[in-house]
Design a protein around this ligand. Structure first.
Ligand SMILES: [Zn+2]
Length: 189
């Protein structure tokens, strides 16, 4: 039996979902979750902004499968012109969260032995549901958004390219020298 909940769980600037009721339902039961975040720190100086995600949580015999997609922007530095710009991202993900504690007795919970051939994911179970039966989406979103970002971000097709530091020939003058020249011209007036 699969229980359907038409009303999605809505999270604003919060990434922790209480999943104890879902864990008491039968395998295959689902919850829809909508997430809106004003910002999410990723790595170093990288911060995702305006993140919106739609996630389906599905009850498995070993825990919960979280599948969905997320989009938003990350301020990045263009590798050519070195300007900061808003890099949009859109990413689809699927991750298992392993159940570690029984819901009713709170005692240690040993998930059923998994047949590696039936493993739907890539075999890397990095995520766990907390002992308080809370599922934290922070690390999932952080890792998947980071993976979606370009290694060599370019600000766009109108990228001015590398700044010319020195004049390459008589006719081409560095932008800073041009500004200086303008100042001198104005003073001469
Ligand atoms: Zn650029």
């Amino acid at each position: 039996m699969t229980t359907q909940h038409p009303e999605p769980i809505s999270l604003h600037d919060d990434l922790i979902i209480k999943v104890s009721s879902l864990l008491m339902e039968s395998i295959g039961s689902t919850r829809k979750v909508e997430v809106n975040l004003s910002s999410l720190p990723l790595d170093g100086d990288l911060v995702a902004s305006g993140v919106s995600a739609g996630i389906t949580l599905t009850r498995l015999n070993t825990g919960i499968l979280a599948t969905g997609s997320a989009s938003g922007t990350v301020e990045m530095q263009c590798v050519r012109c070195l300007n900061l710009f808003e890099q949009p991202f859109s990413v689809k993900f699927a991750e298992q969260f392993r159940q570690t504690t029984g819901v009713l007795d709170g005692k240690g919970f040993t998930p059923p032995h998994e047949d590696p051939e039936e493993d739907e994911g890539d075999g890397e179970l990095a995520f766990e549901i907390s002992d308080a039966h809370e599922l934290d989406l922070t690390e999932l979103l952080r890792q998947w958004i980071l993976l979606s970002l370009p290694m060599n971000p370019i600000c766009g097709k109108d990228c001015p390219g590398p700044e010319t530091v020195t004049a390459t020939d008589e006719g081409e003058i560095d932008a800073r020298f041009a500004a200086l020249q303008e100042l001198l011209d104005n003073e001469a007036d």
